[in-house]
Design a protein around this ligand. Structure first.
Ligand SMILES: Nc1ncnc2c1ncn2[C@@H]1O[C@H](COP(=O)(O)OP(=O)(O)OP(=O)(O)O)[C@@H](O)[C@H]1O
Length: 739
């Protein structure tokens, strides 16, 4: 789902909204207001439908980069960078973090704190504050001197951001080497119901705490008694454990990082995957991918510009269990004992606040929770739902579906309400690595336990949808009713008390946003094929009077065939059936059509506008409408004016036909704009698409038994390929996008 405009809201607003509905949030709100008093207020814009909707009129002063916003081309000074908030990924967003301190023979200690990045003055201070929160003042010999992720990765000086990313649980250690049983106990405390996850984490700890027969091996273990071990040890570790290092550096998910067997280091696919984790925060993705060997525009980096030493793999990602942790913390009423912390979250502990008597009082109030409350008994209803889940129809094979697009599969699974538990879902699906995340959901690869079929599961935290439940319903009812090769298939959906799980076709090539981030721009042939794919999908839904309303690269999933991107449309959170003009303002700023902004009523043509914006980006690497000062109001003015410029030199090599199509799609008047079917039939699209498809299919010509013949054929195809592309895009290799 996407609520980019709806929910480009400031943290405080979101918390305010949520707080009306959840008692704990009121406390969180107060805490976050307390810690982020410097954040500017954001006005609410009147929602066309009547209800006020949050609308981020002012750009975020910290310059955070929204995933929907591409890094803009650096050379011409008149092309600016612009950003909006991305509250979920914001490092400025206060984080609820649970920290457990294994204490050897004595009982472990645990605390959940609400931390704000802005309040952290230094890493040392953070350690001291956490230590104090756990009941170990700075003079105590058992004070906290090291912090580790649950998978044994040390949080170090230059990785303070780990604390403000997806990880929500950490282990705090002192100078003494911890024993494995203590760690195990801590993990049990954190993840009582997730034995598999615990086992993974424990394996990582076993490696980390491996006995050190000599100095080198000790360094390799990553834990030493010294205080300056981290960097040196890490370096040694990097050198000594090649495979592990390979995975740690590049794995998109730290569970993978601990499973070198999952990745064959000789497999180029594996290398590619590892090179750019799908779950990397967007601004860092851009930073890493596009910054290779170039000077970067500092503002692109946003709040992370001071963390240049950061590595991709250093960014942890949330895990299923950790999501559950967040969920649990969030859903406890303040009067109830928090199963993780034993108390409601504390305000951030920082040097700034430490002096204030209030904060110190809060810190002293920390009560250490030793044992988790017993799990709630499984009700009869839940038992029934397990049975239903297990007896449900299996999702059909994806290939089969596309052979027969008429085929419909019904899933007699519980939907709506709290019908199943996470344990039920885990019994049916093995939920694995993160493949993507959005504002409201994380998407993970999963496998059906009965037949091993690989699928994707989109996990939506329901609390994030408060007041927007209809968005989920849209996705379920509309996407569930569609069956087209260019549209991601929804197979089933399950709902627990707190989360919704949408089981979908797995599209393993990432999304178009990542592809653009990696490639910068595409040849006309590739762009033409992608436009053809998008138009097919749009034509299919528009014929059913469905408007997507959030067509953007993030919602286009990629399947790479012979190096060529084929697209599938996903995320129908904003989709709706349109029978008369719609006035609701929604979408994503870069792609929003002028008629949406003008509030004159709109229809399916808004998707075609977005298609035009995407085509423009595909061909040159930056969007057609850009605000010089990252001012969203200005951006909207530019969109409404609809004056299109094909900037030189970026557009110089691009054909008139391509430009013509861009202009026809970006017609401010929707009645003059091409529709999806006309786009599909556009001569440039048909030629480019067939060119790309021909090259793809020729590349896949079945090999002849004659090896030499095969070799010749490959070489000739390669020559064709090079000639073809150098003819279409003479400067195809030039990469001028945002270095
Ligand atoms: N079926 C799938 N297979 C593989 N990856 C997927 C799939 N569906 C989604 N993803 C990945 O997960 C990301 C987030 O998914 P999605 O856009 O549906 O979430 P969201 O929270 O609704 O997003 P938004 O930020 O637009 O609201 C996508 O950008 C994509 O990279």
């Amino acid at each position: 789902m996407s609520f980019s405009l709806y929910t480009g809201l400031e943290e405080k607003q979101w918390r305010l909204t949520s707080a009306l509905l959840r008692p704990l949030s009121i406390i969180q709100l107060l805490l976050s207001v307390f810690v982020s008093a410097s954040a500017p207020p954001v006005p609410l814009l009147k929602h066309a439908g009547g209800a006020p909707q949050p609308w981020p009129i002012h750009p975020h002063p910290k310059g955070q980069v929204h995933r929907s916003h591409f890094p803009l081309p650096p050379p011409p000074p008149h092309i600016p960078l612009f950003h909006t908030r991305h509250a979920e990924e914001s490092a400025e967003r206060p984080r609820l973090v649970t920290i457990v301190r294994p204490c050897g023979q004595s009982t472990l200690r645990k605390v959940t704190v609400l931390l704000n990045r802005r309040g952290v003055v230094s890493f040392e201070q953070l350690l001291l504050d956490i230590s104090e929160a756990l009941g170990f003042p700075r003079w105590h010999r058992a004070r906290v001197t090291r912090l580790y992720t649950t998978h044994a990765r040390e949080v170090r000086l230059n990785r303070v951001c780990d604390f403000f990313r997806g990880e929500v649980a950490f282990l705090a250690l002192g100078k003494a080497r911890p024993d494995l049983s203590g760690v195990q106990e801590a993990l049990e405390e954190l993840f009582p119901e997730h034995s598999h996850y615990r086992a993974e984490a424990l394996r990582a700890w076993e490696k980390r705490l491996r006995p050190a027969p000599d100095r080198a091996a000790k360094a390799d273990s990553g834990y030493s008694e010294g205080t300056d071990s981290s960097e040196t040890n890490q370096e040694t570790q990097d050198k000594n454990t090649h495979i592990k290092n390979h995975n740690i550096m590049h794995s998109p998910h730290h569970i993978d990082a601990l499973q070198p067997e999952n990745c064959n280091s000789d497999d180029p696919k594996c290398h590619k995957k590892n090179r750019k984790p799908a779950n990397l925060p967007n601004h860092l993705q851009k930073l890493r991918v596009r910054g290779r060997g170039r000077e970067r525009q500092p503002s692109v980096i946003g709040p992370f510009k001071h963390e240049e030493g950061l590595r991709e793999a250093d960014i942890p990602s949330p895990t299923l269990c950790e999501n559950c942790l967040v969920r649990r913390v969030k859903h406890q009423g303040p009067e109830r004992v928090n199963p993780l912390s034993g108390k409601v979250p504390l305000p951030p502990v920082s040097r700034k606040q430490k002096g204030s008597p209030d904060t110190e009082q809060e810190v002293r109030k920390v009560q250490v929770h030793i044992s988790p409350p017993p799990p709630p008994p499984i009700s009869r209803e839940e038992e029934k739902s397990v049975a239903k889940l297990q007896l449900s129809d299996p999702p059909p094979d994806v290939g089969q579906i596309h052979k027969d697009t008429q085929q419909r599969t019904t899933f007699d699974l519980p939907s709506g309400g709290s019908d199943v538990t996470l344990a039920d879902i885990e019994r049916c699906y093995e939920i694995g690595r993160l493949v993507g995340d959005g504002n409201f959901a994380v998407v993970r690869e999963c496998h059906r336990r009965d037949n091993g079929q690989a699928l994707a599961v989109k996990i939506v935290e329901r609390s994030k949808l408060i007041g927007r439940e209809h968005m989920m319903q849209n996705e379920l009812s509309l996407l569930g009713s569609l069956c087209h090769p260019r549209i991601v298939r929804l197979f089933a959906h399950h709902h627990t008390h707190t989360h919704s799980y949408l089981v979908m076709e797995l599209v393993s090539g990432g999304d178009l946003f990542e592809a653009i981030s990696e490639r910068g721009k595409f040849s006309e042939a590739e762009a033409g094929l992608m436009v053809s794919d998008m138009s097919e999908a749009l034509n299919y839904i528009h014929c059913r009077s469905i408007v997507h309303r959030d067509l953007k690269p993030e919602n286009l999933l990629v399947r790479i065939t012979a190096g060529i991107c084929r697209l599938k449309l996903g995320d129908f959170g904003l989709a709706m059936v349109v029978t008369e003009p719609v006035f609701t303002i929604c979408g994503t700023p870069t792609y929003v059509a002028p008629e949406i902004l003008c509030e004159t009523g709109y229809g399916v043509a808004v998707d075609v506008w977005a298609l035009g914006v995407i085509l423009y980006i595909l061909l040159c690497g930056f969007p057609p409408f850009r605000s010089r000062d990252r001012d969203q109001e200005e951006l909207f003015q530019l969109i409404k004016q609809g004056q299109l410029h094909f900037l030189s030199p970026y557009w110089d090599p691009i054909s008139d036909d391509a430009r013509g199509l861009v202009s026809a799609l970006l017609q401010p008047d929707p009645t003059v704009r091409l529709n999806a079917q006309q786009t599909l039939q556009n001569p440039w699209v048909t030629v480019m698409a067939s060119t790309s498809e021909t090259v793809t299919s020729r590349t896949f010509t079945p090999p002849s038994p004659n090896h030499q013949h095969n070799l010749d054929l490959t070489l000739s195809l390669l020559r064709d390929w090079i000639e073809l592309f150098s003819f279409i895009v003479p400067d195809n290799t030039a990469d001028f996008v945002c270095g």
